[in-house]
Write a protein that binds this ligand. Structure first.
Ligand SMILES: [Zn+2]
Length: 465
């Protein structure tokens, strides 16, 4: 494949056979110009000639023998999509220390500076059209003002995916094609520049690109099941504590502290799990215990794998109205209780999209009366827990008006695990923000939640649950 081909030709290394990539991605003028520089000849079959920045490259006729040579190189390299130029070994994560974006709504160039040669894998995801750059473990020291989306891109994020992978997600305003994906060496090999050129294309072309690419959509996302933790004893009342957001998905940003929601929720989740684990018969498990990305369905899956009897997702979002503060407990519902709940659920449900997770094919709703009954029963338990938490908070922890709200949060959709989403407070409110980063407050709230769980268990057991 062309991206890999350029890199390989330039650095003269072999592409690992199993690294396969998207069909025509990266095929473009920059690549052509590289080939031209290499060979001094024009390459054949380059459909984008002159449309990108290197259109000024000199051209000459391509001899048939060279064409044959190039063809054999392409065959030899197969469809490798990885720009794996230098193996990254034993040096810790890559450092991405700079980013520049320029262009308009016809063409946009994104440049990322790295300290070492990055091994990149570029592919597309639809709904909305996104360009994903998968990377090995990478620390991002990019200034937010340098990563402002513009031109063809309306959103740019980057961050950790799993323990050893990172990703840049470029969400496009219109269907795009990456015509150039190239890594260049600067400064005598001291720094490396990833150059991505995007061009606006028709919907039809984007659909072709999606079909042509060989990316399966699950490489970087699916983490190995955690086998390090012993399975909870069957008598334990398991509670899945879910720290919202993580990795590439930072969540909200505090107005004063600039703290990221993903860090606030993780610190809180750890405290809550510890507090719950002090309760006899309770075993709290964390969906994540690190700064890593989990898709919404992975969170639900982990809870079910751990045979959780409760799922508590922790958040601390922002609102436009900075004066609104206090905790909210959400349960799932097709119809939102109010506008605030609806918009919050909408934003939370964007997590997968922002991280470049393709829209999952939702399993068709089975018209099964048993599932329906389970769902209803689960819903009743979820509501009981929500009420119990509110009772436990009253007079102790700040609550929003109407603190029990509901909306279509995807992370709460397990049919058989009672689930709530707890907005601890709002990072958009100065007073809430101070509390959210205060260990003493975390401890107090965790204890109130543990008390609520105790009461819930008492009630659930009395009801035979
Ligand atoms: Zn959140």
């Amino acid at each position: 494949m062309r991206i890999g081909r350029v890199a390989r030709l330039r650095v003269g290394r072999r592409v690992p056979a199993k690294r396969v990539g998207p069909g025509r991605l990266g095929q473009g003028v920059r690549e052509e110009s590289v080939l031209q520089r290499k060979t001094g000849r024009e390459t054949s079959g380059q459909p984008k000639a002159g449309r990108a920045s290197s259109g000024h490259e000199p051209r000459s006729r391509l001899s048939s023998s060279l064409a044959a040579l190039l063809a054999s190189v392409v065959i030899a390299l197969g469809t490798a999509g990885a720009l794996q130029a230098e193996p990254v070994t034993g040096q810790g994560p890559l450092l991405a220390y700079g980013m520049r974006i320029a262009g308009d709504d016809a063409r946009t160039r994104v440049v990322v500076d790295f300290d070492r040669k990055p091994d990149i894998f570029v592919h597309y995801v639809d709904n909305p059209p996104r360009v994903i750059v998968d990377l090995p473990e990478t620390s991002f020291g990019v200034k937010p003002e340098d990563a402002q989306a513009r031109g063809l891109f309306k959103d740019i994020r980057f961050g950790a995916m799993g323990a050893s992978s990172a990703r840049i997600v470029l969400t496009a305003t219109k269907p795009v094609e990456i015509t150039v994906a190239d890594v260049k060496t600067d400064d005598g090999g001291k720094s490396f520049r990833l150059v991505l050129d995007a061009e606006r294309v028709e919907k039809k072309r984007f659909a072709e690109l999606l079909i042509e690419q060989t990316w399966t959509g699950s490489v970087a996302l699916t983490k190995a099941p955690r086998v390090d933790e012993p399975a909870p004893a069957s008598s334990d009342f398991v509670i899945a504590v879910d720290a919202g957001h993580g990795g590439i998905d930072t969540g909200a940003i505090g107005v004063d502290t600039k703290m990221e929601e993903k860090a606030v929720t993780l610190a809180f989740a750890k405290e809550l799990a510890e507090t719950l684990n002090r309760e006899p018969g309770i075993k709290a498990v964390l969906t994540r215990d690190d700064d890593e990305f989990l898709s919404l369905s992975e969170r639900v899956l982990i809870a079910r794998q751990k045979q959780a009897k409760l799922f508590i997702s922790l958040h601390a979002d922002t609102l436009k109205q900075h004066d609104i503060r206090g905790a909210t407990v959400y349960t799932i519902s097709d119809k939102a209780s109010d506008h605030l709940a609806a918009s919050l659920a909408e934003r939370e449900n964007l997590s997968d999209q922002l991280a470049g997770v393709p829209l999952a094919d939702e399993p068709a709703e089975v018209a099964d009366i048993l599932i329906d009954l389970t769902r209803r029963e689960t819903q009743a338990f979820s509501v009981n827990l929500a009420r119990s938490i509110i009772t436990s908070f009253e007079g102790q922890i700040n609550l929003i008006n109407n603190p029990h709200r509901f909306a279509g949060f995807q992370v709460l959709r397990a049919a058989d695990v009672p689930s709530i989403l707890l907005e601890l407070g709002f990072m958009s409110n100065t007073d809430d923000e101070k509390l959210l980063v205060d260990p003493a407050w975390r401890k107090k709230v965790s204890e109130r939640i543990a008390a609520a769980v105790r009461r819930y268990r008492g009630g659930a057991m009395a009801d035979g649950g």
